[in-house]
Design a binder for this molecule. Sequence first.
Ligand SMILES: [Zn+2]
Length: 254
Amino acid sequence: MKVTVIIDNAVPIGTGRPFLAEHGLSLLIEHAGKKVLYDTGQSSAVVSNLSLLGFRPAELDMLVVSHGHYDHTGGIFHVLQHARKKIPVYAHTKIFQARYSVAGDQRRFIGIPHEKEVLTALGAEWCFINAPTEIISGLWMSGHIPRNTEYETGDPKLVTCATDGDECHDTIEDDTSLFYAGPRGLVVIGGCTHAGLVNTVRGGLRSQAPRDWLAGLVGRTWGLCRKSSRQKLSLSLPRLALSLSRPITVQVSR
Ligand SMILES: [Zn+2]
């Protein structure tokens, strides 16, 4: 399996090509003869960066959405517009939930910026998955990730609308990661891992047994931003040696 970063918050110095950076994430996963785009960043930058790397949206076999935040989904519209074909889009059923970020008395919409019907008209073939599912050989979509740790409580500034219409904390129920059962163990590929990194890793280890050890983490791992969470992860997975190679990319080895 090969993973290429398409969209990240920063572009490395010295690439020699005019890559675009933006707050968000998009990864191209090449595996078993398939090209899977996991998240799309927030704009058309994903199409531009794919092109600079020699890829065309029409080559993609499927899109996978990690969760319904704009910085992971805004590029779906542009990818479909350029692909000009039907593409399966795998996601949790709740990705289109209305969601907001609050700061003081300000409330900002941070959900998917395009209507489901608009994306469907452009070629999105929705495959809604809420349980662990092998989407291509050896690559699993987590489905809903159980929240079992008491310390991975999520971001209190993220809110959604409850069924009674009132505002409530958004636990990002649709947060979905990918699990790759590789020869060296489990690789977890996360969008934001709002479900909590420990919950996510445990979910992967559960669904991928007997490959009961972790080989790597790729993507954004908000749960690791705080030092206390980092320590908790080390305690929760004591067999792992943890090292942070970049602020948002984590490599874990035995
Ligand atoms: Zn998010």
